[in-house]
Design a protein around this ligand. Sequence first.
Ligand code: ASP
Length: 594
Amino acid sequence: MAESMQGLKRTHRCTEVTKADIGETVTLMGWVQKRRNLGSLIFVDLRDRSGLMQIVFDENDIGSEGFEKAGTVRSEFVLAVVGRVEARSGAVNEKMSTGELEIRATQLRVLSEAETPPFPIEENSQTKEELRLKHRYLDLRRPDIQRNLMVKSRVATLSRNFMAEQGFLEIETPMLGKSTPEGARDYLVPSRIYPGSFFALPQSPQLFKQLLMCSGYDRYFQIARCFRDEDLRADRQPEFTQMDMELSFVDIDDVIEVNEKLLVHLWKEILGIDLKTPFRRMTWREAMDRFGSDKPDLRFGMELHNVSDTVKDSGFAVFTGAIAAGGSVRGINVKGQAGMPRKKIDSLTEFVKGYGLKGLAYLAVLEDGSYKSSFAKFMTPEELNSLVEAMDGERGDLLLFAADKDKLALETMGALRCELARRLELIDQSKFEFLWVVEFPLLEYSEEEGRFTAMHHPFTMPMEEDLPYINTDPGRVRAKAYDIVLNGCEIGGGSVRIHQNDIQEKMFECLGFTKEQAQEQFSFLLNAFKYGVPPHAGLAYGLDRVVMLMLGLDSIRDVIAFPKVKDSSCLMTQAPAPVAAKQLEELGIQVKQS
Ligand code: ASP
């Protein structure tokens, strides 16, 4: 039967009790991790968010009624225990931070009984994630998840305080906004007052933070929930949290400076690690050429080589054909892997096929200096030698090549580079390699839509020296955009914004908007710009991702209290769910039966 606290007050969390408290009486409250009966003694490990404390029930201290009650408690019962702090009488438990202490109970209240949970509440749970997410309120009791959320809370608090010290104002922007055609798919919210009209949940506070700059707030910060109705990939969630900022009267270097300071502060405070600044910077072009990725993982080498010039006149038609068609041949040198069995090479070929590449050409430089290769018979010994030389190939190396359209060859080899590093365990997991990727293309051509789309968003400033090409050769225009990359993941991105109406108009033109369409969609921003707008720039982090990488975790769901699963549903609440006919009626909505 559940008892009340009856005036008891918790004095400590479990692990807040220290050796200095020996001899003192404390009151702890928490959940039963486990109970052991050893004849005249009952031991209970009590758990709260700080950790565990061993409680000893001895009939001599607690009396027969209390002792009997202690014998009935089971895992996940909620207890209040009053007792004396003592040095452990039995063996010290080195694994527990309170392993040298125990509490000799003098009072016990069972605040809540508990059914047997569907899975054990323990660190590094082996229980299937589906079951854990269904009972997330239990899963959230696990110490590792609790630690993750506590770190996330600290990151938020530290960031808020740091940004306030740097003169940033925390200002909220609306959740109910207007749907805009650019970017990902919006989550829509039907309006009851205007049947047939919809709000959109924000994909980011982008336009509002730019308006705040127009209104003179000059440094804005917000930890903002954002929504994107995309098909979920492994590390995405339909709702996620951005640490968002915007600054007036600044250029790229100013944004980078403040953000390096913020990241240094967070890594120092939370992990005790001194990050070296300035972080490396690399242009998008260089990142693509050297790593086949706009978010290169710099914890290992294995860079890509462009061997197109070396093989363009060779006898291997797969190479020459790709180059003649305007593509390229990109290779990676997998050091010391010349002996990789054929089966493994085949599985790499399967891997690249998943990216759309037709095949993977290989050349192994054997220990005796001879070559074993899928294409040796098509090339002369001289051609092979110069290819090996261009790849810095040495005895024992395995050289892998992709020949195709440039973008496909690059991206596939970039992905293969990371896959090989994982399989060969080349990644130093203790490293944090930060990188700014700069000078992104302003636009990218979408075959699907038959037009250019903004690579970042339509408000990103082109680089001044590329402005003359914006109408004649939009594809070559670079943007004043930057991403902050950590260990091969983009953790944030931003740009200097267009603050001149004429450039903004040109940008809309490039994106295929008529003047009227641009006015209709963005009139409030364009109008605001007419009344005095400062040059401004900003950046947003994916907070969940920052915390995930900081803690070396693989899943974003481990840093979100109530995450969604792959199909964007919530296993615990069963959202989304149908609503009552009356609700639909009020909204003027009729659901099509499919
Ligand atoms: N709003 C942008 C985004 O969500 C970030 C920025 O440009 O500040 O990616």
